[in-house]
Design a protein around this ligand. Sequence first.
Ligand code: SF4
Length: 409
Amino acid sequence: MSSSQMMRASTVTVRVGGVMVGGSAPVVVQSMTNTDTADAAATINQVAQLHKAGSELVRITVNTEEAARAVATIREGLDKRGVNVPLVGDFHFNGHKLLQKYPECAEALDKYRINPGNVGRGANRDEKFASMIELACRYDKAVRIGVNWGSMDQELVVRMMDENAQSSQPLDNDQITREIMVVSALDNARRAEALGLGRDRIILSCKMSGVQDLIGVYRALSSRCDYALHLGLTEAGMGSKGIVSSTAALAVLLQEGIGDTIRISLTPEPGGARTQEVQVAQEILQSMGLRSFTPMVIACPGCGRTSSVFFQQLAQEIQQYLRDQMPLWSGKYPGVEAMNVAVMGCVVNGPGESKHANIGISLPGSGEVPVAPVYEDGEKTVTLKGDHIAQEFQALVAQYVERHYGAKG
Ligand code: SF4
């Protein structure tokens, strides 16, 4: 099935600042800061970095009075730098108080994330939830009702577990956990609507950390409502484990047309870039053919037929070059983000794969004549040799882009 044939689940479109989520809008990439929100300067910097990397919405935690006081300063600082990314406030326990006490915070945010498991208990909980929804209505903000299996509504858990235990056909533990999460999200969405919040202001999420659990819970959620859905595997983990688990879960759901915005919850390696989560989200969407963000390099893994690391370095340099050029190219060369560039290690698959790409190079493997044919749109155009193959190929890529995506192209 091609991406153009892939059917998206029909959902209501929600406007978050200037970004549309759901309906026919493309799947939106979002991320979250890990700075102390009260440190406005550090948060402005990180939001700007995440946005520059491609995050279309950025969430910040609003957990204390100091954080709430800083939100308007953060918005102003971003606006001054021309960073117009919508901000989402992540609230737990005291959100109603902070939004009431700091109207400039309530105004500066574009969406409030409410976790129904972390609002309160009993009547107190209903009052706090209602207060946050009323504030969202007053300031015309979107809301994400974000259920997380690490912080489920305990009263609902007890009630539904008891009912399940007494049922003649009880669900197993995993099934009832997923059912509680779906019920929590849907009940709270309906309460928000009853309090006056439009369906076009509500996004739902049910995050779990197990791949099969996440797939199951979102299939159930999607089959039972048409609210816009935020997808993400919570606590995905570090490095390749986090990337693989997130990709495994999200790819299945996205392939089924489920999901309107995604966030990849990677734990950064010490000293690692927070922007990695944005890059991974983009790569998932692009490799599935759902969106294009930056030209992709197709490179072979290398094997015993190529003893040199030259082609690995070239593949890496070209990918970095393409990424670095995108801020400039995206305005100047419409469509360039869908370009494919092949960097291949030897004659076995090199010419074939290079011919399938927009532009590709087939480097010489061990024992081959030290020449590197270049292909453009399936035709061999030039053969590079000598010590400057990398620079010459980069120049050819730049010329290709100008010819095919520039004003003349
Ligand atoms: S293209 Fe050549 S070097 Fe690359 S993996 Fe295939 S056989 Fe090995």
